[in-house]
Design a protein around this ligand. Structure first.
Ligand code: FES
Length: 329
């Protein structure tokens, strides 16, 4: 199957960009996981990225999915991602596994980074299944910087765990824990006891793993744990159950956001097309600057400090605490 190349469109509101890339390589990375290498069809450089970044794969059906970049960030000409087949999913992974072929063109948004690696004296990386992907470039970065790191990596079975061959080069730092051999990840052994202020914990994987890691780190000082979710955390009720006004500063207009309508939907009715993807507060595509007002942050992306700063919000899920918000749109 092949699609027709289109010129790169201009950046979308919200700061995202789109490119049409070619699938240069598609290969099995583990049971149920394929790796894709994407390049520009004209051989051009790709937008730069840093460990923790993801791209949006925009499939011909209009389905958009987020995948962490797991290749070499210093290779300016290709992106590598890995896609887990999700039997109960909404068709995105099935398309990648069954229909997307080497040589095909695919639209890509981003890269975008909601999971940046911040400096630390030591890192503890915790991966569940395909959650290992954003951690691979972080491990490379830690190696380059000569920073101590360890990885605890769990999966259903050894054969279902991607990139174990690459990780084999780091014997002594990597603990592989397939569930059928070892049971659930031994989080108490890694996280209980006094907090380790020199250590930052980066965790990515299924929601129940992230909840368990969060509970084990609850007594650690704020800012030591960073997680990335591709499935939203359980939403809480909005702070405000009445309508509020959103002023679009660059349009010199405003819209009313009624209960049950998202800010994203309301803004679109005003004719402003903010790019969106997950519409669940997990991908970061709809990030929007807040110029005034207090957002009711309902996403699964920001940490406590970013939430408190209140200078940006994800308008697919977040709302307003007060009667008015002014957005940088
Ligand atoms: S569209 Fe994904 S966070 Fe809003």
């Amino acid at each position: 199957m092949s699609l027709t190349a289109s010129p790169d469109p201009p950046p979308e509101p919200g700061g995202s960009s789109r490119n049409t890339l070619r699938v240069e390589r598609k290969s099995k990375a583990a049971d149920g996981v394929v790796g894709l290498t994407l390049v520009h069809p004209g051989g051009r450089r790709l937008p730069d990225w840093a460990p923790g970044a993801h791209i949006d794969l925009i499939l011909p059906s209009g389905v958009t999915r987020q995948y962490s970049l797991c290749g070499d960030r210093w290779d300016a000409y290709s992106y590598r991602i890995a896609v887990l087949r999700e039997p109960g999913g909404r068709g995105g992974s099935a398309y990648v596994h069954d229909e997307l072929e080497q040589g095909d063109l695919v639209d890509v948004g981003g890269p975008r980074n909601n999971f940046p690696l911040v400096p630390s004296e030591e890192y503890l990386f915790i991966a569940g299944g395909i959650g290992v992907t954003p951690l691979l470039p972080m491990i490379r970065q830690a190696e380059l910087l000569g920073v101590d790191w360890t990885l605890l990596y769990g999966g259903r079975t050894r054969d279902s765990m991607a990139f174990t061959d690459e990780l084999g080069a780091h014997e002594g730092r990597v603990t592989l824990a397939p569930q059928d051999e070892c049971g659930l990840l031994a989080l108490p052994a890694w996280l209980d006891g006094p907090p380790r202020p020199r250590t930052k914990v980066y965790a990515c994987g299924p929601g129940r793993l992230l909840e368990a890691v969060g509970a084990r780190c609850a007594h650690w000082p704020a800012g030591l744990l960073r997680t990335e979710r591709f499935v939203p955390s359980v939403p809480r009720a909005p702070v405000r159950d009445e309508a509020f006004e959103v002023e679009l500063a660059r349009q010199a207009t405003s819209v009313t956001v009624e209960p049950g309508v998202t800010v994203l939907e309301a803004v679109r009715t005003a004719g402003v097309n903010v790019l969106s993807s997950c519409e669940q507060g997990t991908c970061g595509t709809c990030e929007t600057g807040v110029l005034a007002g207090r957002p009711d942050q309902r996403d699964s992306i920001l940490d406590d400090g970013e939430r408190a700063a209140g200078d940006c919000m994800f308008i697919c899920v977040s709302r307003s605490c007060g009667p008015t918000l002014i957005l940088d749109l």
